[in-house]
Design a protein around this ligand. Structure first.
Ligand code: FAD
Length: 289
């Protein structure tokens, strides 16, 4: 079935989706299918697959996995695609591959600059990639990223929201947020986006933090601010892995319950390829969606 992610919204149920990443270079690709074997029973509305993020493979594996999620697991999928380190020709090849693989949805991203690698200059921003995909008349649904606390490269939040509007005007029909730990920041951002004329569904990106190493990495990468109740929890349980895991699941669950009571469009769970944690959180919130 041909389904654009934007069509999932406004159907009387909050969209609940997952993100997975292709295995890292030293891990066999099969491991992702073991993860998906378990995630499928949680019946997410869609699963998105990252592209070259955090040391995972920026090759055909994103396409292969997104294609399998749809064809073999019967779940809608989205393939992430970044442009800053690719030429137009390389993207043409990838777009053809995604189309041939039956992938219907693309999360169009700029991607991060990689230290020591000169970026290709065919595309400067995600909006350029979206414009390009649209100009080629592909029939992909297009999603894009948004940043409740502003993108780290931005000088201020107003210009970041105005740049987000450019992505929407270029053709992004659905947005997924960067992770955050303070829901008020997300609500304020959604208000600003609405004032800027952004009327696409905005999914809240939720990252269950289940070990202290993970949070150090995440915060250094995306600069998310940490509320006092969150840091207190981290300090209390950092040397007790099981308690830390359970506290992280409880914190993410509380965030989701609060978001649902504020009528959020959707929840996008960063699963970190951990079906156990996704399962616990899904069980906690499934009757509330
Ligand atoms: P852009 O939208 O291009 O924004 C980047 C900066 O440029 C911002 O400061 C913005 O305000 C500014 N800007 C945007 N458009 C314009 C314009 N037209 N004119 C002037 N300024 C502009 N990275 C990966 O490598 N692989 C992934 O799979 C991946 N998935 C992600 C999924 C989500 C939900 C999120 C939130 C991020 C993801 N990232 C991924 C990280 C992302 O690639 C980085 O945050 C990157 O630095 C910015 O990508 P973007 O698409 O948001 O960029």
């Amino acid at each position: 079935m041909n389904l654009k992610l934007a069509e999932l919204f406004g159907k009387g149920k909050t969209v609940f989706s997952f993100e997975v990443f292709p295995p890292k270079r030293d891990v066999p690709i099969e491991t992702i299918y073991e993860t998906l074997d378990e995630l499928q029973y949680l019946k997410p509305d869609f699963i998105s697959v990252t592209y070259g993020a955090s040391g995972s493979l920026a090759d055909n594996s994103t396409c292969e996995i997104a294609s399998a999620i749809k064809a073999d697991y019967g779940i809608e999928s989205a393939a992430h695609l970044t442009c800053v380190n690719s030429t137009r020709h390389e993207l043409d090849v990838m777009l053809e591959r995604l189309q041939d693989g039956g992938v219907e949805n693309i999360m169009a991203l700029r991607g991060d600059y990689v230290p020591g690698i000169e970026p290709k200059h065919d595309f400067e921003h995600a909006s350029d990639l979206i414009t390009y995909i649209k100009s080629k008349h592909y029939d992909f649904g297009i999603s894009a990223a948004c940043y409740p606390e502003g993108h780290p490269d931005s000088t201020d939040q107003v210009s970041d929201v105005l740049n987000l509007k450019k992505k929407v005007d270029a053709g992004a029909e659905h947005l997924v947020s960067q992770l955050f730990f303070d829901n008020q920041i997300f609500y304020d951002f959604v208000d600003k986006a609405k004032i800027a004329g952004i009327n696409t569904p905005i999914e809240a990106g939720i990252m269950p933090v289940t070990n202290s190493k993970q949070i150090e990495r995440m915060v250094s990468l995306c600069g998310a601010s940490l509320p006092a109740k969150f840091t207190k929890m981290m300090q209390r349980y950092e040397n007790k892995p099981e308690a830390m895991r359970d506290a992280g699941i409880a914190y993410a669950t509380n965030q989701i319950v609060d978001l649902l009571s504020h009528n959020v469009d959707g929840i996008h769970l960063y699963t970190m390829n951990n079906p156990y944690i996704a399962k616990r959180i899904s069980e906690n919130v499934k009757s509330l969606l």
